[in-house]
Design a protein. Sequence first.
Length: 244
Amino acid sequence: MRSPATQAPRHGLARVLSKLGVCSRSQAEKAIRAGMVSVDGRVVLDPERPADPQRQRIVLDGGMVAASERIYIALNKPRGIVVSAADERGRDTVYDLLRDAGLPWLGPVGRLDKASEGLLLLSNDSAWSARLTEPSHHVDKTYHVQVDAIPDQALLDALVAGVVEQGERLAARRAVLLRQGEKNAWLEIVLDEGRNRHIRRLLAAHGIAVMRLVRVAIGPLALGDLAKGQWRHLSEAEVQALGL
């Protein structure tokens, strides 16, 4: 049996770069295939080639790679902004909001679609992000949703009971009426899992359209008074509370 000191590296080079927080895994794969990464002085073109940053010298685009300072931020994503590092259609992304912030590469922790707004977390700590988005952890996400109808208690109960749509079960953990007008209303909907366009599909199954969808909390972390398009660092206590 090999001793711990002589065990082969467990992770491929692209994953190592991602775990170090210097770029996303997909960005790392592109850089490696483009010949921009060397290990111990030799260019590596295979993103899956095992690498060990503790014992090997890894260079990306001429710069020595080392673990980046762990950064955790909360951003109030405006409607119409895409959660992507680059958009093939040239639409504005969350990274445009961070362009002059002097931050290292950060990856989104979960998603909000273009039409949705509110609390979005970004970090270069891939292990923390993975824990937070792991489905088995069931981290509550709270949304305020404006709908084009006046829901009654039967509908609210039906949202919690859930539906099966395109082979997926969609349900809310909690759904309550916040306020209503003559033709529309605001609901608070809590999910403990997140499927693609979960709330929109769930409501559409009952013939209801979403007018606005705002994520106001992730677990114990609330959006609060953070202005649209603005961001802030999370406190150490907030990071620990979310990562449990």
